[in-house]
Design a binder for this molecule. Structure first.
Ligand code: URA
Length: 204
């Protein structure tokens, strides 16, 4: 293929991935001087959760989903009866892409090409963790997993079976929910809760 990793063997341990992402300069995000954020959770987790990329808080703490989006996710998972602690939580892209705005760092979406480059590391995590079910949060997480950008609206809330038997389950990104108000917010929170309830049934 055209992989930038052609000369390399797939990472043989999570430690190798953790070290590899710190060194990785294969895309512009990896070159921006921020901390890499490794996935976190039990190495034998049945559930893997894949977000887009670390946010401002995640970059500072070098841990996935510890900021506002992570808090929303934790609460919704608790309500659905799925324990966050039991899941391996990671991102499609391991560095934080942003534009400086005064003292703040404004999130920028990774491009499809950047997600595709970072898939090397996500695939490494999948191979080592071997989850039964993978929850994708938003279109970027889904692209990292599926290699295409799906319509979340059309494909959410049902299992997409992968060639290796893994079930991929799509839902909205919690950061998207945080940007909504009023009726749209209510509606989207409801859909998110429904998707997680479906996920809980698949895991049961
Ligand atoms: N949003 C993400 O997609 N991932 C994180 O780790 C935090 C926020």
């Amino acid at each position: 293929g055209t992989s930038l990793f052609e000369q390399e063997n797939a990472p043989s341990s999570l430690e190798a991935i953790a070290e590899g992402i710190v060194q990785c300069r294969r895309c512009p995000i990896g070159c921006n001087g921020t901390r890499a954020v490794m996935g976190e959770g039990p190495p034998d987790a049945r559930l893997m959760i894949v977000g887009e990329q670390p946010g401002d808080t995640e970059e500072r703490e070098s841990r996935p989903f510890v900021g506002p989006a992570g808090q929303l996710l934790d609460k919704a998972m608790q309500e659905a009866g799925v324990e966050r602690q039991s899941a391996y939580v990671t991102n499609a892209v391991k560095h934080f892409k942003f534009t400086p705005r005064g003292k703040r760092r404004l999130h920028q979406n990774p491009t499809a090409g950047e997600i595709d480059i970072c898939r090397w590391w996500l695939d490494g995590e999948r191979t080592l963790i071997k989850p039964k079910v993978i929850l994708a949060l938003g279109a970027s997480g889904a692209r990292g997993l599926l290699g295409r950008t799906p319509s979340i609206g059309k494909e959410r809330g049902r299992a997409i079976t992968q060639p290796d038997g893994t079930l991929v389950w799509l839902t909205a990104h919690p950061s998207y929910l945080l940007r909504l108000d009023g009726e749209a917010r209510e509606r989207e929170h409801g859909r998110f809760a429904d998707d997680l309830a479906g996920l809980a049934r698949v895991l049961a």
